[in-house]
Design a protein around this ligand. Structure first.
Ligand code: AMP
Length: 543
């Protein structure tokens, strides 16, 4: 073999950080505080502060490979940890503040976090589990003008620590395969599992996800990550934005639709990313008051984390001229896997057919490979009909979990089993029909809850629909739909069935409906169907 003669230059987050200072010192970072005041900074200041953080952590005894946890909302200090911690050789571990304190404690213990950077407003939460985490040596508190939580003498103040340090740091030469970040899965089945991103996976992911046919992030953009930085690296948006030199806007804890719309309009966001539940609320508000916000700067609203209903994609586009980009990913895939861009030759399709394409989870990004398999592990054809479990592989797909748990998720021939049940069409578009644990098997046949939800959400009175498996004496399981109606609207069970019945085989139609004020959610905003099954799973048996 003749080897190539090119430099073996490591792909590290440190390069992005240096580039930010050298090429884009004036790019802006805007963070919204708890009192809604806006804090403005620049990449130049951000670089200096990331260096100060690295110096401070070093002084506190943080060594290469040590875990530095964050328990923070989306804001600039969190970004400083995203870069300063990995660049000094340590590993940033983002704790999910929406989990139960005992779960956060379990995760912090499992990762053996040594230092924790915590928002002052989140100290009451931190104190609920802190004592259970044996490995924590230091706690650094990020100040907050409005939060009056008591800060005891044992805590270190983030700003005081940074102020005492120089704004340069002699960053080590790192192996690109060194760990950069740990994110835990949300653990709806079993304990949460740690996914350890490397510098290489983080950088490759950011580069590819920034491509024009993926999320398309460029220097002129203003990126607003609504998706929390404690969930799957905020989809890599912070790394993409800094890599490109784009302006970044952080919403802090203000994630209600009106606050987000105010921020998007005021800061002229061009790309914003978040889960469907956020966007459902935003769409409802825009429908009510379509003239209030000038959103003409928006190029793409990236929606992922759960299926974006076709009616929502269409509603944004036809009623408000806003482009939705539907994407799929997982904590285990750093996280982007597929994006629903309409391939050029498919733009000849009717608007309705194109909408169908955009409502799929999309086709795989470069270097992500996908296949789907049946229960016996046979690879299925890409015919848009065969349903099977999605498997993925690629340079930013987990090869194992931290601590070696969950080894059954990795196949002997090198693929990761996603737990998503999908079809793949001949163009490679992946369509999720269910989570494997949520599938509805009625009389031995699979029914797609996602397809039913999409259809139900196209009824004008329906705000949200989640279809789950209820036990049935004869058919084993039957679909039941949990419905949240829009404010002031009504619809009966019969209305809903009439609305969708022409689109499905009769046995697919929901056997019953439950009307709720809210669909229970996971810590990351997905419908929590296990709770629906626990609470309403036996309604058909009781009839
Ligand atoms: P997490 O690791 O918490 O981000 O969850 C990953 C899971 O979220 C995936 O395995 C899917 O079940 C679901 N998911 C992510 N994106 C989408 C999407 N666009 N449509 C449907 N489900 C999605």
């Amino acid at each position: 073999m003749l080897l190539g003669r090119m430099m073996n230059f490591p792909l590290t987050v440190t390069h992005f950080l240096r580039r930010a200072k050298d090429y884009f010192p004036g790019s802006e970072i805007v963070s919204r505080a708890t009192d809604k005041s806006l804090h403005r900074s620049t990449y130049s200041a951000f670089y200096g502060r990331a260096c100060r953080l690295a110096n401070a952590l070093k002084k506190l005894g943080v060594k290469q490979g040590d875990r530095v946890a964050t328990l923070c909302w989306n804001h600039q200090p969190h970004l400083e940890a995203y870069f300063g911690v990995p660049a000094m050789g340590a590993v940033v571990h983002t704790l999910n503040l929406r989990l139960h304190p005992s779960e956060i404690g379990y995760i912090a213990n499992h990762a053996e976090d040594k230092v924790v950077i915590v928002d002052r407003s989140l100290l009451p939460l931190f104190e609920k589990f802190a004592e259970t985490v044996r490995s924590i040596e230091k706690v650094i508190v990020v100040g907050d003008p409005h939060s009056q939580a008591p800060v005891s003498g044992a805590y270190l103040d983030y700003e005081t620590l940074l102020a005492a340090e120089p704004d340069t740091f002699d960053f080590p030469n790192l192996d690109e395969n060194a760990a950069a970040m740990i994110c835990y899965t949300s653990g709806t089945t079993g304990n949460p599992k740690g996914v350890v991103y490397s510098h290489r996976s983080t950088v490759l992911h950011a580069l590819v996800a920034s491509l024009p046919d993926e999320l398309g992030v460029r220097q002129a953009d203003t990126v607003l990550p609504v998706v929390p930085m404690f969930h799957a690296a905020a989809w890599g948006l912070p790394y993409m934005a800094v890599g490109a030199g784009a302006k970044i806007v952080f919403p802090g804890p203000h994630l209600d639709p009106a606050s987000l719309l105010d921020l998007m309009a005021a800061e002229k966001a061009t790309i914003a990313g978040g889960v469907p539940t956020i966007w459902i609320g935003i769409l409802a508000l825009l429908d009510k008051d379509p003239k209030k916000w000038d959103l003409s700067s928006i190029r793409a609203m990236v929606i992922g984390g759960s299926a974006a209903p076709a009616t929502m994609i269409e509603g944004f586009q036809t009623r408000h001229g806003l482009e939705v980009l539907h994407a799929w990913g997982m904590t285990e895939t750093n996280p982007l896997g597929t994006v629903a861009r309409v391939k050029h030759h498919l733009t000849k399709l009717s608007a309705e057919d194109q909408l169908r394409v955009r409502a799929t989870q999309g086709y795989a990004a470069p270097f992500v490979e996908v296949r789907h398999t049946d229960d016996s592990g046979n690879v299925l054809p890409w015919n848009g009909e065969s349903m099977g479990e999605l498997e993925v592989r690629g340079p930013w797909v987990a090869a194992s979990y931290f601590g070696g748990e969950g080894s059954d998720k990795f196949t002997a021939d090198g693929w990761f089993k996603t737990g998503d049940v999908v079809t793949i069409d001949k163009e490679g578009y992946v369509k999720i029909t269910d989570r494997a644990k949520d599938v509805i098997k009625s009389g031995g046949e699979w029914i797609s809850s996602v397809a039913l939800e999409n259809a139900l959400m196209s009824h004008p009175a329906v705000l949200e629909a989640a279809v789950f498996a209820a036990k049935h004496a004869k058919w084993d399981e039957r679909p039941v739909a949990a419905i949240v109606l829009k404010e002031g609207q009504t619809a009966t069970k019969e209305d809903l069935t009439t609305h969708i019945e022409s689109r499905f085989a009769k046995f697919w139609l929901p056997e019953d409906y439950v009307f709720l004020n809210q669909i229970p959610r996971t810590s990351t905003g997905k419908f929590l169907k296990s709770k629906l099954r626990d609470e309403h799973g036996e309604i058909l048996l009781k009839k």
